[in-house]
Design a protein around this ligand. Sequence first.
Ligand code: ADP
Length: 764
Amino acid sequence: MTNRLSIRNRIYLATLFMLAFSYTLLFASSLFTINRFTEEQVAKDLESSLKFAKSQYMARPETVMEALKLPVSSDSVRNWILKRDALNLSDAIDRWTRSLDFLDILTVVDSEQSVIVRKSRKKETRTFLKGSLLASAFNRRQPFITTEIVSHDDYCQEVNDEACMVLPEKKEVMIQLVILPVISQDGTILGAVIAGNDLNKDSHLPYQQQKIFGKNVEMLVAQKGERIASTMGKIDALHPNLDQRVVGALKGGFSFNGTTTLDNRQFEMVAEPLHNLKGEFIGAIAVALEQGTFDGIRNENIQNLILCSAISLPLMFMLAYFVAQQVVLPFRRFSDAVEGIESGDYTKRVSVEGFHEIRAYYDSFNLMLESVEKRDKLLTNRIEQLLTLNKELENRIVAKKEELNLETGTQKAILESLLDGFLVIDGKQRILHVNSAAEELLGVNLSGMPEKQVLAYFDRVGLKELAASLKSASESSCTVSEKVIQARLGGKKLRFSITPLLEQGELCRRLLLGIRDVTRDGEVDQMKSEFIASVSHELKTPLTSMKGSLQFILSKGKWLTGVEREMLDVCRRNTERLIFLVNDIIDISRIEGGNEIFSMRPVDPGELVLYAIEMMKKGALARNISLVKDFEAELPQIWGDYDRLLQVLTNILSNAIKFSPQDTVITLTAEQKGRMLAISVADGGKVIKPSHRERLFTKFQKFSNAESGDSGGSGLGLAICRSIIEKHDGIIYYSPRVGGGNIFTFTVPVYGEKDDKNQNSHSG
Ligand code: ADP
């Protein structure tokens, strides 16, 4: 499924998600912090309130102590106590009461702890509060403040009846006492002045506190676990007692800081225990904040937080949208420019505004566009040029084609008009071209002949040699020269010439087969050969007798003058040459006429070459020419007529000696080339002209360039060599020697390699 959300929307959503995520985290942490902060703040506030409450709690007794310190330590008061002067002391009490009218108890005792005078004026001479308290006051010898719980009776003893009446019976009372010991000049304890304040009825303390801390703060003083002064209504309220948990902690001597229930309401409370002089737990002083108020503070904070969130939510969406816009903007610009390129408009550019990082990309992109635009123009020009060129080329091709058609037509017409037949065959023995003369001479329609059928056809009609030669020519390299075959077909004597045309790799891929009707030529040649042969025979006998006679005259005729002898010698030499010529003519006529029988047998090429060198050594030495055999001894034997091959080799060697300058080297080499062995004679003579090379192997061709002066030959030597070599199924050819000189090479089949039954029969 393809995601169809655009990049902008994705970025928008991603930013939104990120913002929402961080926002939620922030919200949660703020909530947590608000809770913590509110709790801590409230706890702190409560603690400081408690501190203040404690100082307020102690303020009054301290005032009393400060107020009474001086009068109590006066000499008159000391005297009055020493003398137990109740009258004066009563006056003093009255005076003090006037300035400290809130005091419930104001009693003067002597050193025996017996009451001298009381504010209540009660006369019972009982010790003050059963005495134990004062003992420790005398021990301290210092004024001090203490809170004590006293029994109903003890309390009523010290206060007036009015105050006693207010108290429920048997109820203990919690009083703040300021005890000021009275000490004589010499340090003797004279007695003490005791001022006391009943906390049970003094409920103003918490209200004073509330004035300072606000109505949400509850302040209370507890007598043991019972609230005796509280901002929460009367002492006898429904639940005057503190939570057992709180009391338990306070009793253990610990402060309390936590949640508690008062009058069925939840409070956050901080409470500290109060101890009497003996260190016993007697009550507590506490400050509490109602949970509702605490929640109210917290909720107010949360509401503020939510309000802030509500305001910032649309801002968050806007921010996400803005970010998405900003991020996508560069891509937009790129995509606009790319769309331009797609539509082939390279002139568009990306406007370079925005962040500097992106501007660098824009610049590179614009640069790229510029170079693309340039290249586009260049390309368009080139394409136009190419199109023009193409048009020109097409016109030329059409013209050439017409020319070619004309040429081909002309060539076809020429070929068709030729009396000679011709066939072009490819490597797969398919007929590519054939003229009507060829079909006429062969008496068959060749044009429609399928692949490989032409050779089969030649084979069938008895042209086996032609078929075999065509096959081997198509399988051999193109260095093979033209091959001529004569054969009879349907009473006609045909001359076939096979010429390689095109080379592909090492093989000839086109063969031209020329066909000429030589029925008449053959007859004429036959007649010519027969005539030459008979004339030659006729000439040979008289020439031989002439030579004999001339030799006889020259050897016996002592009477001959020098001139006569010289003339007769010229006669003898010419006669000899004529005899040679006649012999050559007879020889070639016999070979070509097929009258010569070749005695075929395996021949050692090394031995053949050495024997030829031996034969020609004398002639070579006369001209100071060296004959060198330069090949390995392990060459295979060849299949041939030893004498005839020797004739070929000596003929080539005699030419080489004849046409080479003195003091040169003639090298004989031999190497196996597939099924054939090639023997070469390389001389250091003058290179034969290219125009002469073609005619070297044709009869009666002589080119007077012999180094020894007169070449003396008949011009038949190489023609005889070719006839002999062709009778061996080999070839003879000429090639110029690299660095000067001429090479004559002939090939002969290697013994055993050629599939020829004659090789086994040892007969020619
Ligand atoms: P001939 O029997 O008269 O020597 P060939 O047929 O043997 O006739 O040679 C024909 C001609 O080829 C020679 O007259 C000569 O001009 C040329 N020829 C043959 N062999 C060589 C050679 N090794 N160097 C130069 N020319 C040569």
